[in-house]
Design a protein around this ligand. Structure first.
Ligand code: B12
Length: 244
């Protein structure tokens, strides 16, 4: 028996009533959104596959999975969701994202290498996982350093893999400061690589206050930025193009 059949979400029933989640573009995407918001990991894969019948995987990510996590963020902010609910929603989102990635496939020819990570002390990696999926789907080789990555490890990985671009995700004001430390280390060691920083805690003004930093608002921006980086566009020009 599916967990959803034995586990009634009284928090959703009581607090939200019929207007459970924000409206999606169509019923198939709505089901994907509902499954993420309700943390229904048992059914998410089937629902995502159902949505592929009329939507591209990119649309399922953008209009289904990401939109649902926006809703989870709202529920958290309003104090309706606590950690457990948020965690099962993230698990459902990740399972759906993996299925989208599988569907998009990976092109054989790799355009270039991008190193991605989530900041030291930070376990909020959903944004990074979306960035990874979109970069891979667009033909980049992603060196995924994972979450809670020490500054030293990022610098070492960049020396080892010599990527065209580096990305960082931070959701907490206490962890985002790692990005400036990384950028300073790159400068000190003569590494001139575009460093795109995103995530809920990060703001454009702050990222553009240090050399190499480029602000990434939406995960979808990562592939075109990486295209520019692979083409040899300097970080100053990439910043100018996306951050002004
Ligand atoms: C989900 C969530 C969790 C999950 C994380 C699961 C996971 N695997 O990621 C769990 C339950 C584990 C969790 C734990 C905690 N959390 Co939490 N969590 C959230 C929540 C509700 C949503 C965050 C999220 O995933 N959003 C969806 C993703 C997709 O958004 P995103 O990462 O920002 O990515 C988007 C863009 O920013 C962009 N992007 C991101 N990276 C990049 C990179 C590039 C290159 C580009 C171009 C774009 C880009 O693309 C994405 C959209 O397309 C937020 C609330 C909120 N309002 O945001 C709190 C929140 C982030 N959590 C918070 C806290 C405090 C915690 C805990 C410390 C709580 C605790 N007391 O234990 C812990 C542990 C934290 C730790 N050490 O890391 C705080 C942080 C406060 C702060 N500003 O410092 C928040 C803001 C809640 C709050 N208002 O208090 N959390």
């Amino acid at each position: 028996m599916a967990i959803a059949e034995v586990f009634v979400r009284y928090d959703l029933k009581e607090e939200l009533g019929e207007k459970k989640v924000a409206a999606a573009k169509d019923p198939l995407l709505q089901k994907v959104m509902d499954a993420v918001v309700e943390g229904d990991e048992d059914n998410i894969i089937a629902l995502v596959n159902e949505a592929f019948k009329s939507h591209d995987p990119m649309v399922v990510i953008r209009e289904g999975l990401v939109k649902a996590m926006d809703e989870v963020s709202r529920l958290w902010n309003e104090g309706i969701y606590y950690l457990p609910q948020t965690l099962i929603s993230s698990d459902a989102m990740l399972a759906g994202l993996e299925e989208c990635e599988r569907k998009m496939g990976k092109s054989m020819e790799r355009k270039g290498v991008v190193v991605t990570h989530t900041a030291e002390g930070d376990i909020h990696d959903l944004g990074q996982q979306i960035v990874n999926a979109l970069l891979r789907a667009n033909g980049f080789e992603v060196v995924d350093l994972g979450k809670d990555v020490p500054v030293d490890d990022v610098v070492e990985a960049v020396k080892q893999y010599k990527p065209a671009m580096v990305t960082g995700t931070a959701l907490m004001t206490t962890t985002m400061t790692a990005f400036q430390k990384i950028a300073n280390r790159f400068k000190r060691d003569g590494i001139e690589v575009p460093f795109v920083c995103g995530g809920g805690a990060v703001a454009l003004e702050w990222v553009t206050s240090f050399d190499l930093g480029i602000y990434g608002k939406e995960a979808q921006e990562a592939p075109p930025m990486a295209d520019d980086a692979v083409d040899g566009v300097p970080w100053t020009k990439i910043r100018e193009k996306y951050n002004t």
